[in-house]
Design a protein around this ligand. Sequence first.
Ligand SMILES: [Ca+2]
Ligand SMILES: [Ca+2]
Ligand SMILES: [Ca+2]
Length: 214
Amino acid sequence: MIRFLTRFAAPLTVAALMAAAPAAQAGVIFSDNFDAQGSSNALNFNGFTNWNVSAGTVDYIRSGVAYGIHCAGNIGGCIDLDGSNNNAGVLSSKLVYDLLAGTTYLFSLDLSGNQVRNESNTVNFGFALAGDLGSFLASELVTLDRTNPFSTYTVAYTPGSNVSARLVIGNSGGDNVGLILDNVALSSEVPEPGTLALLGLGLAALGLRRRRAA
Ligand SMILES: [Ca+2]
Ligand SMILES: [Ca+2]
Ligand SMILES: [Ca+2]
């Protein structure tokens, strides 16, 4: 009977610890759906609440109002990342985020194809050094054809040491037709679930060894 308990108690302990471990805490730090940014289309718009247009131009779009462009969910506002002066835009967050070493940050956004012209466009987005927007700490490239529907793309970054960063989103090229941007979010994820699971396994193994030594 004692043998039976020893053999089967350990897996039960691991399962109990893993069940007790909380899921990753995803804390939303910032989000912007552009729906309250304005009530009409605005070409070469540069009056964003949360964003600087650090290079080129972008257009503010109201869903379905003109140009045949629809925002995520077919409602509200969104951004054409290549404005109307043949110089595609770069958006950078007005806020500087002090990112902590060892914490994982998730920068996500919704992108669709340009919806209006048969061409592909590429957007680079990520975390850039606050004082040097050209220096990306982590970034992702997304290339979409005209008809690609809205989908969510995410870049994850875990700094090795504390760093001050801005969120940067830029479309390549400059022909007045870019990818359509909506639903930007920044969140943090601590602690990582894998770490907790490993901790649980470690504790369980320790308990088993102690029980055998006794
Ligand atoms: Ca929107
Ligand atoms: Ca445009
Ligand atoms: Ca283009």
